[in-house]
Write a protein that binds this ligand. Structure first.
Ligand code: ZN
Ligand code: ZN
Length: 282
């Protein structure tokens, strides 16, 4: 089995342990490759993002681990970069000039004003209580409006580019599916989501199968019902745990690989000595 993880967090953002502890866990499970992808700095401070002033130390620490473990594990330096709007996203010069092995583009925040401050952000990735409050305040209790805004942002992120992997592409359903009018099977939903996949296919980007909620809530991102469509569209995928704790490095991988197999996938896209290649996962 291909053992790798390209989406992970550590104490440089909201991960709960030092980077080396994730490496040690990955080694104990026989991993071949491990990538760190801290939450990128934002134009304002939050409890879950890296601060700009820690960037050099982050890059140096992952470099140190690369050297220390080079005979046993391929270690990669990346970031999970937020798309906020046209002015702050993975394609801006700051992120493009950082010496990273790859970039994950994700959406956690939908800005509700042009002024980028924490109070002007609607978080799609937080608690249901907060999601519900914002849903009434900013979207007039209209789930379609919220989902439209989310996938419009996703489409803009893919268009702007500067990323290799789209992170938890449909995370909006995590809280959204608790509303009665929400349905991933509805035409209105597919009409918003599928164009994002089409553009990803056109741009040659990768989509991760994010397993963070798989064991606990039975959720994958993208939702498991869409995995066959990814196969049909020839979109390359890999399995990522998006772990914030070392013992979750490998969480949900066998289950996700089963889903990929059922959908007809036989390979995942993997970094091999710094180059992305399609590798059979059996
Ligand atoms: Zn994320
Ligand atoms: Zn993440």
């Amino acid at each position: 089995m291909v053992l790798s993880n390209y989406h992970s967090h550590c104490t440089f953002c909201d991960g709960r342990s030092a980077p080396e502890n994730y490496v040690k866990f990955a080694l104990s499970k026989g991993f071949r490759a491990y990538g760190f992808s801290s939450h990128s700095p934002l134009p304002f401070d939050t409890f879950w993002n890296m601060s700009l002033s820690d960037m050099t130390e982050y890059l140096n620490e992952i470099d140190r681990l690369k050297q220390k473990y080079k005979d046993r594990l391929e270690i990669y330096t990346a970031l999970e970069i937020d798309y906020l709007d046209q002015t702050y996203n993975p394609s801006i010069r700051y992120f493009q000039e950082l010496p990273l092995d790859y970039r994950i583009g994700s959406i956690h925040y939908l800005p509700v004003s042009n002024e980028l401050s924490e109070e002007n952000m609607f978080c799609i990735d937080g608690s249901f209580t907060d999601y519900k409050a914002g849903f009434f305040t900013y979207f007039e209790g209209d789930i379609k409006r919220l989902v439209r805004k989310y996938f419009e942002s996703t489409l803009h992120m893919i268009e702007a580019g500067g990323i290799d992997i789209v992170g938890h592409i449909d995370k909006v359903y995590m809280n959204g599916e608790r509303f009665e009018e929400f349905s991933i099977d509805a035409d209105w939903y597919k009409d918003l989501f599928i164009p994002c996949l089409e553009l990803i296919g056109k741009k040659g980007l990768m989509v991760e199968i994010n397993t963070k909620n798989l064991k606990r809530k039975g959720q994958t991102f993208p939702h498991k019902n869409f995995i066959p469509l990814l196969k049909k569209m020839n979109i390359p995928v890999m399995v990522n745990s998006d772990c914030h704790f070392p013992d979750l490095v490998n969480d949900g991988r066998p289950e996700a690989l089963d889903l990929l197999k059922e959908a007809g996938f036989r390979t995942t896209r993997e970094l091999i000595n710094g180059k992305w290649e399609d590798i059979p996962f059996d």
